[in-house]
Write a protein that binds this ligand. Structure first.
Ligand SMILES: *Cc1c(COP(=O)(O)O)cnc(C)c1O
Length: 367
């Protein structure tokens, strides 16, 4: 039986990448040392981090006036680092309240004395839609924060909100490299690696260079300008995570790049959404135009039945389908490394479950 991992994060990585890590673990590039044992100041690692950056620039077509930084601390640390580095003029930002991670970002920005205006909220629809701007954006804001993909709620932006001259800062943690965005549309993009890029421990920051270097007296480990000047090696970077992410980037290039990947992700997501939309048992509550390609939440409406669905799925090798504790039900995460066969196996299982359930209902009625 094949197994498929639908976890929201840490999440599935490409099988060929795992095989390559295994094969070269004992001796990286003939060094007789593993990647975990070599100096971050060595030529070997220099090549690893330089290639990772070059491949990322190539895949996302990152313009030269953007810096690529390798951080630790997860997406969460960037909720603090972004306001400290970028909200330096007025200490005042706007934010679209699209769900859990957006609220976490607002909370952390306020903790560092940044005023946060909520420019729109999806609370009235219980976050089954994306929030829209409720008025034109105040042009004195330092930036506007959006979450391009809402991992828990299952919504994602394709068209971006119109913010005029105010830079957009995007938490792209859960759809980084999963669909094509134009880097020029953002002042900054950040993403924790463990959703769609590689192992936990690495966070990518892509930031326009005119936006950094304006903060005074930041802790060194939060200072984008310092990280840019030191090429992300102010201190020891997460060597293994950068190496593994670098292999994933090479894998993405070998697949044909992000246009190909996005197309594949659309086919995968549509397979599941089409099933859910015709099902009389399962239901995805997210408005079709706002649906994520990466995270698909769905329910039966009956928590006991949901638990049976999840337990049965696990027996069939369909792992980690339990929904986030905030929303319950099921969630299938269909990141880049999830093959179409995995989504097909999930749909086949759900269809069989539904048929069995309908038979049971029929028997209950006729008894
Ligand atoms: C997972 C996630 C985070 C938090 O990431 P950590 O790396 O655990 O700090 C932030 N934003 C989004 C959209 C996420 O999916």
């Amino acid at each position: 039986m094949s197994t498929y991992n639908f976890s929201a994060g840490p999440a599935v990585m490409p099988k060929p990448v795992i095989a390559q890590i295994q094969a070269e673990l004992p001796s990286f590039q003939g060094s007789e040392m593993s990647i975990m044992e070599i100096s971050h100041r060595s030529q070997l690692f220099d090549q690893v981090i330089n290639e990772a950056e070059a491949d990322l620039r190539d895949l996302m077509q990152i313009p030269d006036n953007y810096r690529v930084l390798f951080f630790q601390g997860g997406g969460t640390l960037q909720f603090t680092a972004a306001p400290l580095n970028l909200a330096t003029k007025h200490h005042h930002i706007g934010l679209l309240d699209s769900g859990h991670w957006a609220s976490r970002a607002a909370e952390e920005a306020r903790r560092v004395n940044t005023q946060v205006d909520i420019l729109g909220t999806a609370a009235p629809t219980h976050f089954t839609t994306l929030p829209r701007l409720n008025k034109p954006v105040d042009q004195t804001l330092d930036y506007v924060h959006i979450t391009t993909n809402n991992t828990i709620e299952g919504t994602a932006y394709t068209a971006l909100p119109e913010t005029g001259q105010v830079p957009l800062v995007a938490d792209m943690s859960s759809n980084f490299l999963g669909q094509v965005y134009n880097v020029n549309d953002f002042g900054m993009i950040f993403a924790g690696a463990q959703k769609n890029l590689g192992p936990a421990g690495l966070t990518i920051v892509i930031v326009r260079d005119d936006l950094i270097g304006h903060a005074k007296q930041l802790p060194s480990m939060l200072d984008y300008q310092l990280f840019a000047d030191k090429r992300s090696m102010f201190n020891t970077p997460p060597v293994f995570a950068i190496y593994a992410a670098g292999l994933v980037l090479k894998w993405l290039k070998a697949q044909g790049g992000l246009n190909v990947i996005e197309q594949r992700n659309r086919v995968k997501a549509n397979l599941l959404y089409d099933f859910l939309d015709q099902s009389t048992l399962f239901n995805c509550q997210v408005k079709p135009a706002d649906r994520s390609l990466m995270n698909v939440p769905f329910v039966t409406g009956n928590p006991d039945l949901d638990a049976q669905v999840i337990a049965g799925a696990t027996k069939h090798g369909l792992l980690n389908l339990k929904g986030h504790r905030l929303v319950g039900g099921m969630r299938a995460s269909l990141y880049n490394a999830m093959p179409l066969a995995g989504v097909q196996a999930l749909v086949d299982y759900l269809a069989a479950f539904e048929a069995d359930h309908a038979k049971g209902e029929f028997e209950n009625v006729s008894n």
